[in-house]
Design a binder for this molecule. Sequence first.
Ligand code: NAD
Length: 785
Amino acid sequence: MTAAKNRILELRAELDQHNYRYHVLDEPSIPDIEYDRLFHELKALEAANPELVTSDSPTQRVGSAALSAFTQVRHEVPMLSLGNAFEETDMREFDRRVTEGLDLPVGDLFGGGAAVEYSCEPKLDGLAVSLLYQDGVLVRGATRGDGTTGEDISVNVRTVRNIPLKLHGTGWPATLEVRGEVFMSKAGFERLNATQLEVGGKTFANPRNAAAGSLRQLDSKITANRPLEFCCYGIGQVSADIAETHIGNLQQLKAWGLPISHELKLANGIAECLAYYRDIGERRNALPYEIDGVVFKVNSIAAQRELGFRAREPRWAIAHKFPAMEELTELLDVEFQVGRTGAVTPVARLKPVKVAGVTVANATLHNMDEVARLGLMIGDTVIIRRAGDVIPQVVQVVLERRPDNARPVKIPEQCPVCGSHVERTQLVKRSKGRETISEGAVYRCVGRLACGAQLKQAIIHFVSRRAMDIEGLGDKSVEQLVDEGLVSSPADLYALKFEDIVDLEGFAEVSSNKLLSAIEGSKKPGLARFIYALGIPDVGEETAKVLARSLGSLERVQRALPQVLTYLPDVGLEVAHEIHSFFEDAHNQQVIADLLKHGLQIQDQGDLGAEFAASTTLGGFLDKLHIPSVGPGGAQKLAEKFGSLQGVMSADWLDMRQALPEKQANSVREFFASEENRQLAEAAEKQLADFGMHWQSEKKVVEGLPLAGQTWVLTGSLELMSRDVAKDKLESLGAKVAGSVSAKTHCVVAGPGAGSKLTKANELGLKVLDEEAFVGFLKDHGVPV
Ligand code: NAD
């Protein structure tokens, strides 16, 4: 007896604490399933010892007290919780209680009972809110709180986009309290967490915590920026009845502009309820929002009134829960896996646990930044989440269950596979001529192909279908070939002999010959395929195709300087550096040379891609040099003025000043005063020329055009075309289009609303054209309008 009493007191204190964290702080420390276990333990103990039940027990109450930072709101009609069922038998038991409660005939194994009408709705996992409409106008929004007293969150609910501030149509009761769930879609949740990670803000373990944390904000501006949605599932206080059934009520609310579930259905009897549950269960992963079960309600309002309430829940409704997506388990160890590009990734080894029907023993930890963000230690109790088809993730540490002997997670200094040094990657960013280097989240084993793990992965990638497409060489065979020392680089595959293969596990005469001919058959890969097969970090199939198409030959790809590579579509400086350093590496050079020696003939090599060749202009090239404070516009001016890189580098101060304002002119001269910058620029220019790219000097292009040497100004608004289009047209005639009027301006095009520029043009006695005259001028010069 005292043991039971003690346990009851212990459980109450613990559940109170979890209720507070969940309902008030929106920061639960354990998954729901663990809370439910403790709750059911308490319920069972109280059922066995009814004399110990007190009204303040969590089994008798709803939620938790309102947060005092918000104004409090009294619910005229209490906002209750729901009873829940996990098994079909619980549901049949619920149906029996309802049928009995309504004095209807109860069936037996052979049927024969009355079929009660139930409404079926998904149980959205968010936060319950009450919306009060007076004469059709939203006057108050509140949380559930402890069911009797909630928090006034009127300002916040107004920011939820699908909550109508005014009801549509007519005929609503003067007082209408609507109840429903504010939730966050799966996509909204992913987006929010991604932005939070970017700005170093707090991330959320699941959409429900994100929704609750977003809605209960003291600053409604934060709420307004969160992707919250509302779904209505019932009514509270009303000054007049609406319909005779629950579904009738909801359909009327929908007509008044309130969103209700698209999945709302009527079930005739318990069997149809169970079918609905199974159907939604199968579609659960595909729904755009998270649900934790299905809510069934007796559809007739009269029957609901007859059945009434128990302490914390109605007798006419039940939540049939789905298997939980979060579970508790123990982090036994963190191991490090080495990937194809040498990335050393932490993987959580977990005490096996069933999550939503699947046993989970490992979970990805992404990188060491993630380990730090989670504050993870070996020995910790952690929350594992397995949402849909996504690989299991560790979402949280249960700090209060951290054992004394918990150990920190340390990145190994040596590669666990080959013993080479493990380095933290660096991120190179170049902006405004300055290179900044920061620490990346990834650690890499520097062993490259000398590392067994990387070698195996490299070969598996090399032979894969989208790479060299060598059929008959599975992962296990590759591992054997590497372990037996028969293959230590992709080139060794082409030296394999029948007797090397036939003794491998899973091989016999026929399969060995087949493999040899598959290897032989792979000797004429397309250039893109071959580049992809090399497994250059950050170079996927698409980038490989771009490299092949643009540069046209392996030789050019191997030689390309990072500055030249950045001309390729979607190749940034970081990837350009990866590609360049891959081909600079002596070991990689050897592998490529060996592959060619073994008779590999790379196909479709040829000229530089036309689109690439056309993509270079001198202005664009100068812009890519990232001269501090010189943007694309400044680079263009330099190109126009000097016509070549040499011209820019040797320009004197006065000439430079004619092209650019003082600060930029200084910056260009300073930039080219550095021998290193000159060499880099010259090398890139030379390489582009070697590759057969010759940019037209903008100067020459302009010469000979009708408006060459003229400066035009556009002001006011144009009706027939945008200012940008007008600018393009003028430039196609060789004019320069400037932003301000001076004595050097040749002509001003002034549309309606032109102001000070037009006044100045008139003062200076410049030629001014209105839009009509301008269009006529363009047509006279053969420019289509
Ligand atoms: P509940 O969430 O199981 O059910 C009631 C709630 O369901 C309603 O308040 C409403 O918000 C929601 N709901 C969604 N769709 C609905 C629909 N169509 N019709 C009616 N209601 C609908 O019960 P509860 O009392 O709000 O909270 C208990 C839940 O909270 C349990 O799942 C429990 O695990 C969890 N909890 C977790 C912790 C923790 O520490 N992890 C602490 C406290 C509570």
